[in-house]
Design a binder for this molecule. Sequence first.
Ligand code: PA5
Length: 445
Amino acid sequence: MISLDIKKTLGFISNDAIATYKEPIHKAQEALENGSGKGSDFLGWLHLASSTTQEHLEDIKATAQVLKDNCDVVVVAGIGGSYLGARAVIESLSNSFDLRLENRKNPIILYAGHNISEDYLFELLEFLKEKRFGIINISKSGTTTETALAFRLLKKQCEEQRGKAIAKKVIVAITDANKGAARITADKEGYKSFIIPDNVGGRFSVLTPVGLLPIAVAGFDIDQLIAGAAEMEKACGLDVPFEKNPAAIYAATRNELYKQGKKIEILVNFTPKLHYVSEWWKQLYGESEGKENKGIYPASVDLTTDLHSMGQWIQEGERSIFETVISVEKVNHELRVPEDKENLDGLNYLAGKRVDEVNKMAELGTQLAHVDGDVPNLRIVMPSLNERHLGQLIYFFEIACGISGYILGVNPFNQPGVEAYKSNMFALLNKPGYEEQSKAIQAKL
Ligand code: PA5
């Protein structure tokens, strides 16, 4: 089971200060449970893991098998909550260098619809030429421009390349039950489709088909992922005492640090496999808390890589940061430093040691240095990187986010701020229905 260690924050905030959150956090959890808080129509994620049926998982696995049987590459088209969760889990568990196309057990997963870069899309379409590829089109609203644009291009190429009949088999839609262009297209074309529940917002949707289908196509165990999340659901339940509830302690600690002027939380990893877990986490916390002119700014670094760039800022820059380190206890492979007769690089003192031992000492050394540099340090310990522990981590962050948002006094389940760029972009592109905004924006230029 993953665990949380806040000892290295206690020189900055006290246990007594953390204990003052006991009551407010209990109230926040009650509000989540009985739906009496802000944004209560978006609480479908709260007991999603424990209520997921085996039948639902088997349906997802059967669809994943169709894509596996018919594709060497599957493109996940989606943005924000409609791709980050899947990518976080897939990249955490994948062999980073297994890029071959032949004799694959599972398709390569690529991503589109999360940018509007013409070069990115052109190069992707070039790569897909003559490849047996499929598409998972994910959009809750079904109208997101980035995703719709990428899907239009991908669908056309898939149909031209593979024929309409195969395309129908290898294109899957995950969208709203009734509304949106993605739903209309899926129904008209007869694609297999999955529904994103109304009461689950994008950034809380990784344990719905939004995350589960791509993860299953990539060959990973969605039963274990859900089981892990359900375990954490229990460990963070309303009946669990404050001191024993890791999500409550995390929410309390980060909110107290924020109160003490630590405005930026940096999520830290020591393996590049967790890079997209940080991207997913940044969306979860950034979109949930950053509103009404408040909220911790969620940032991230990949170490030791970024110790050679951002490390300077973290060690000696403005003291407005704290760190949350995801520490993976046991790696999946073994590699030892070889002995070298000449020892020109001076590394023989490490000969025979595991590479991970060097990494662990870098991690410990970094923690001590940063704490000495006045950076409070929380540590989430993952026994290993597998589906079960990732499921636990996902739910831990989700429930802590809901609690934390309520403690902050905001609605953690909306994202009104993301509309501003969209209406400007539509006005600038003269989208029908935006005539007035178009005139107004042209006057500003
Ligand atoms: O968290 C959110 O709701 C957003 O980031 C969405 O996931 C993102 O904007 C994509 O929206 P949609 O799934 O409607 O295309």
